[in-house]
Each structure stands twice: as structure tokens, then as C-alpha cells.
Design a protein around this ligand. Sequence first.
Ligand code: NAP
Length: 297
Amino acid sequence: MHPARALSGHTLLTAVFGDPVAHSLSPAMHNAAYEALAMDRAYVACHVTPERLREALRAIPALGLLGVNLTVPHKERAVRLMAQLTDEARLLHAVNCVINRNGELHGDNTDARGLQADLCDQNVTVAGKLAVIIGAGGAASAAVLAAIRLGAARIVICNRTVARANRLARSFAKYLAARGGGRPHETIEARGLDALVNPTTVGTAGIVINATPMGLKNGGFTPLSYASAPNDCTFYDMIYAREATPFLAPAIANGRRAIDGAGMLINQGVLAFELFNGVAPPPGVMRTALMSALGRT
Ligand code: NAP
């Protein structure tokens, strides 16, 4: 817990909108960076329900908020409510950063860059490998983009609703085709969650990424053939917790590398801080704040 800082009549605000939002660790990270930079700014968590998202976004210029992070369930709905979108937010069809530029709302998305940076920090090799991505929402979309940028040879998207996985695969096939020089679209495939018990799905995987909330609450994770994965396969859960998540615990039990989403959260937070404030947070400050909030040293 950070010591309370004195707020002044000049204090400028940034925020996160979510539903629920009280569990968010973003305030701890951003406020630690403000503290370290001695900036008269503060970051607050606002509980915004889906019905009031439009109103809450409209209030950003009125209240003079510098920028706002969006979390579940607002990222996709906010796309239509921005005055401008970056190419990345448009491609991912999700906004996780809203920047107030002279009263105009600009939507960006730092999830793919945050994941990519964490995979690089952790020396996870994706180039030339198969990436299996579980989920087909905004976070999965970011994982597909990160895997493409890191040079994955093949991507398999597994989702509960197969039609949604198909849509995601098609949209990235178009992206690769439009980009030119991309790999053929057959390299992105869609499957149901039942494919995860088939040993051939993860049998040659370099990385398996969970981009769903499965395991976040009390429920378990969908059955997966962990033992079929190569010994050097990395299991990456976008969820982060004090204990090993239900997706990661069997990977650890099977001797595979397991990484949770804390590093992704830090890296997307560093990028958001720069977008909102125009300066980078001091190195390591946001990481230390998050690790301390998670009870890790
Ligand atoms: P989302 O758009 O709501 O997508 C949810 C995805 O999860 C969909 O593919 C959905 O399948 C699937 N799903 C949901 N509940 C399920 C269940 N009970 N069983 C099987 N599949 C289920 O959410 P999102 O924004 O992509 O976020 C996904 C997760 O990533 C969240 O837990 C979020 O907190 C985490 N995340 C972490 C970071 C980080 O920095 N570490 C960043 C972004 C997101 P259907 O299509 O069948 O509904």
C-alpha cells in the first residue's frame, strides 16, 4: 500500500473504467510512477457499468481526465465511441487506452505490445514455432498479433464458440494478405476447445496462451493434453494471481515453463502511462508496485 499523497487543486487525473474494477492493480502501478516522478497526478479506478460507458467516456473531456484505461467488459464496445482509432485498435477491434487529445477521444490498444514485450523480457522464443491461442476475444486478438509480430510459423486459435475463432482467423488472414509478403492464410486455423485434448494440437507447440477468463473465478480450466506438449513449450496465462492459475498448475506439474500475465500487465501499463502523461515511468517502478501488490518480492 502506498502512503497517501497530498492532492492539490492542480492534481490531474487518469483512470481505469471497468465492471468489476475494484480488484484492479493498475492504480497501484500508475500511482507509484507518479510518486517516483513527483508528478501532481493521480490514477483512480471507476466502476462503470456497460449501460453507462458512453456517458462515462463523454465525461472524460468535461472532467479534463488525461487518459483512461478500459478493462472488461468495455474494450470492444468502446471502439465505436472514439473520435480516432490507431491502426492497432482498429485491427484488434478493441480499445484499452483512451487518450484525451484536446477534448477528442483517441483509442489505442497496448495489449499486443505489452504481451510481446513480456515474451521478449522472459526470453520466450515464438519465431518459427506453433502458437496455440485459447480464446477469441480482444485479448486473444492481441495474442494473435503478438505471435505474428514475433514470427510464429503457425497459429491455432481454440475457442468455446468456434464461429468466433473462425472470424478471428479470417480477419488476421486478411491482415496478413493486405500486409503483403505475409505467410499464407492457412497458417492461422480455428478450432473448438475440444481440440486441446487432442495430442496433435499442442504436440508441436512452442507456446500455448490462455486468453480467456477461465480459471479466474473458482472454476477449473478446460481439459488440455499438457503431457503431449514439447518439453520446451511455454504455457502463458494472461490471468495473474498470487498462486499458480488452474491453467498453469498442470503445466508446472508436467515440468513445462509457466508464466502468468503480470508481466504483460506491467508492460501494457508502462505504454499506457507514456500515452497519458507524455513521459516514461522510471524503469522498474511499476513492476515493483505490482509485485508488491501481488505479494511477490
Ligand atoms: P473477452 O473479450 O470477454 O473474451 C473472452 C474469451 O474467453 C472468449 O473467447 C470467450 O469464449 C472465452 N470464455 C469466457 N468464459 C469462458 C468459459 N467459461 N469457458 C470457455 N471460454 C470462455 O475478454 P478479453 O478482454 O479477451 O480478456 C480475456 C482474459 O484476458 C481476461 O481474463 C482478462 O483479464 C485477461 N487479460 C489480461 C491482460 C493482462 O495484461 N495480463 C490484458 C488483457 C486481458 P466465447 O467466444 O465462446 O464467449
